[in-house]
Design a protein around this ligand. Sequence first.
Ligand SMILES: Cc1cc2nc3c(=O)[nH]c(=O)nc-3n(C[C@H](O)[C@H](O)[C@H](O)COP(=O)(O)OP(=O)(O)OC[C@H]3O[C@@H](n4cnc5c(N)ncnc54)[C@H](O)[C@@H]3O)c2cc1C
Length: 465
Amino acid sequence: MNPQTYDIEVEVLVVGAGATGLCAGLAARDGGAEVLVLERDETPRGSTSMSQGYVCAAGSKLQAAQGIEDGADQFLRDIMARSKGEADPIIARAMADHSGATIDWLVERHDIPFRLNISWAGFFGHSVNRMHGVPSRTGEELHGALIRALAAAGGDLVTGAHVTEVFAGADGQVNGVKMRRADGSEETIGCKALVLATSGFGANHDMVRKHIPDFGQAPYYRYFGHEGNEGEGIEWGMALGAATGCMDAFQGYGALADAYGIIVNYEVVMHGGITVNAEGQRFSNENKDISAQSLNILRQPEGFGWIVFDDARRALVEHLPEFADLARLGAVRSAPDAAALAEAIRVPADALAETLEDSRRMVRGEIPCPFGRDFTASAPLATGPLHAIRTTGALFHTQGGLMVDGGAQVLRPNGSRLPNLFAGGGAACSISGTGCDGYLPAAGLAMAVVLGRLAGESAAKLIKN
Ligand SMILES: Cc1cc2nc3c(=O)[nH]c(=O)nc-3n(C[C@H](O)[C@H](O)[C@H](O)COP(=O)(O)OP(=O)(O)OC[C@H]3O[C@@H](n4cnc5c(N)ncnc54)[C@H](O)[C@@H]3O)c2cc1C
């Protein structure tokens, strides 16, 4: 039941302090609104801190400075091609139109230190390099910079504040929320507009089993996103009559060093490394789709694979924090040649030697790859030294969620808007279409910063009008 009065009242209330909630807060402040962001964790982390902090965006000033020609229409074409035409056209258009300007806004107005520091042009569906990252290439750095920016902009952030209920009238007008503090006490907060920035539902195994059965029911199921992504915001939106879309879509990752909980930098594979199973055999086109590769690995005996690479590929990632951690922890097995490596990782030596030799013949164009991978752009793997890291496939982030309009306002199934409810990032329907293979790399954070910004802007406009 709606409370008669609230303990406190704010204009724009944001639930969740990941990239979505923080960008919504920044944009609402820029629009002149009073903002409060509530975060259930004592220290905000979210999937944002766990990520590598890459954001894909088209038409930014950083791209222009490097002479990269890109723009909304080209990005939209890439989104539609990657999602096989299934991405919602309104959300895809909003993402394509506003992504470059959102990066410029974050850099110029809020001091977020984006660079164009990774080249993924031509991989996994991006036709040009539009990967924006912070200097350390960590989500932690990006997240920290956004938290500081919100404080500098005069937005309030309260942590240890788990929102448990949303109050609304019969017309769907949200009036406020209830939140629970770590000591079990409860408070109510009234608002004029509510932004749901609670992310997806990867940590809610029941929802995953229901909507993504391929993953949720896999014997070696792994979730590797933030445990706060329990789908609460999506469920509140649905209870208020919102439409959802693409609930079976997800971003998987086909290279998680699971025993260590550390991702393997995929550059080692993209530039010539291979993945073999416990039999020492390749089983997929490793470069077709990094998200779908997660399921390919989970379907192997015991649900794991070994990424095998040489010194040249190792040099590409040696300086990156994840790889440095993997090396320090002993996850990178090294050997002078294929026979010694096979012994170190306990796969049949003959099979591994044959698989490696076949990959070299594919590079030279002597035989085709049975899985359709084009090896011809990379140099053959050396005969030694060789390295291997044991990996599995994991669910990083669900992609289905609440349907929103071009201003991130939540929609009902008939297309009408809920009066004052907004959503972005993982809580909203993404641009991946359905299933596991429509994810464009770095679209997760793009959905967070772009829709977060649009949600904050729209919420401020609504209350100012
Ligand atoms: C290992 C990993 C690497 C990734 N790398 C990338 C990458 O490089 N590029 C990319 O684009 N994407 C990447 N992703 C995906 C990306 O991290 C997410 O798409 C993005 O962070 C989503 O942002 P968000 O703000 O919607 O969610 P989050 O960052 O998860 O924030 C949601 C917040 O809401 C809080 N919350 C939830 N429910 C409540 C509640 N009831 N009350 C109060 N607070 C609540 C949570 O605690 C959380 O802090 C990666 C994901 C993972 C797991």
